[in-house]
Design a binder for this molecule. Structure first.
Ligand code: NAD
Ligand code: LMR
Length: 325
């Protein structure tokens, strides 16, 4: 057994957390030999509901779960945290774009970034799930200047998983047979699910599907899947989001076994993406870090789709400039 890891989860009484906390407590993030302590952050009105969630976690008798604390104080919630899932924020409704949430949600992430900066453990890893995730992660990272920027990520693993699943259905394969899939950019309808480099069973995926399907059906289907779920389910995705959050943090800590996975990370300037924007990129997780897959040759089509995302994220950044220190 390794030492106990403290995992902070915000929005602990919400829909995503109702799946996420059980997966974390089961050892699906750090692994089956690492005990965990959960630190739940909620707004004051929802602390009671979070206490109920904690009671149910207790009733699940997870062998790896060594303690649960519940608070409405971010400084306490992130104190000594090794990992933080920033879920707590408002979801969008039918017909809304995620960027419409910026004014309501953006202001949550500065104070939480500051609390992480001042109190978290040295190895803190942050995953922002709350929408609009990329720009919220940027706000959070800016407020935590003493923490290396690459510890702040936003969730695009759900988009990645959606892409794998749609390809698997189309080609009659399993999702784990696909390699080199990436979703570039923003977790918004502008995102670019890219199969240019993708392979399955030693073949290029682009040779197995026609371009019209790729451009007119696949790309918009993935990019608008969140809205489709809201339309059909009546609520935004929750269990699939929790599952993707676990995949993201698990791979960050344990590695992705050489496979490409999509994570939204601060750009290093690779591929002409403006440095610092939190951008979905092809990565391989190794030795506890994300390594951006560099040196890929991009077509004009790819460059144009990536640029649309750069432009959109710059607009979002401009809209929240008052929240960036
Ligand atoms: P929810 O409304 O069910 O739960 C949100 C919880 O957050 C509530 O319990 C609320 O009290 C709490 N909260 C609000 N402000 C908080 C704060 N300042 N500190 C701590 N807690 C706070 O929503 P949900 O379905 O769990 O979704 C949460 C967020 O995740 C939404 O913004 C949603 O759009 C986003 N989301 C992102 C992805 C992604 O792929 N990045 C996927 C699904 C959902
Ligand atoms: C999703 O992609 O399912 C989430 O971001 C929720 C949403 O608003 O679409």
């Amino acid at each position: 057994m390794t030492s106990v890891k403290k995992i902070a989860v915000t929005g602990a009484a919400g829909n995503i957390s109702y799946s996420l906390l059980w997966r974390i407590a089961n050892g699906d993030v750090y692994g089956k030999d690492t005990p965990v302590e959960l630190s739940l952050l909620e707004i004051p009105q929802a602390v009671g509901a979070a206490e109920g969630v904690a009671m149910e976690l207790d009733d699940s008798a997870f062998p790896l779960l060594r303690g649960i604390t519940i608070t409405d104080d971010a400084n306490k919630a992130f104190d000594g945290a090794n990992a933080a899932f920033l879920v707590g924020s408002k979801p969008r409704g039918k017909g809304e774009e995620r960027s419409a949430l910026l004014s309501a949600n953006g202001k949550i992430f500065g104070p939480q970034g500051k609390a992480i900066n001042d109190h978290a453990a040295e190895d803190i890893r942050v995953l922002v799930v709350g929408n609009p995730a990329n720009t919220n992660a940027l706000i959070c990272q800016h407020a935590a200047q003493d923490v290396p920027a690459d510890r702040f990520t936003a969730m695009m693993r759900l988009d990645h998983n959606r892409a794998l699943s749609q390809l698997a259905t189309k080609l009659g394969k399993n999702s784990d047979e696909f390699q080199k899939v990436v979703v570039w950019g923003n977790h918004s309808a502008t995102q670019f699910p890219d199969i240019t480099f993708a392979e399955v069973g030693g073949q290029k995926v682009s040779e197995l599907v026609d371009e019209k399907w790729y451009v007119d059906e696949f790309i918009p289907r993935i990019a608008k899947r969140g809205a489709e779920i809201i339309e059909v389910r009546g609520n935004s995705s929750a269990a699939s989001a929790a599952s993707a959050a676990v995949d993201h943090m698990h791979d960050w800590i344990n590695g992705s076994d050489g496979r490409w996975v999509t994570a939204a990370l601060p750009s290093t300037g690779a591929y002409g993406i403006e440095e610092g924007l939190i951008f979905g990129q092809p990565t391989i997780a190794k030795d506890g870090r994300w390594e951006i897959v560099e040196g890929l040759e991009l077509s004009d089509f790819q460059r144009e789709r990536i640029q649309r995302n750069v432009d959109e994220l710059k607009e979002e950044r401009e809209a929240v400039k008052d929240l960036l220190n």
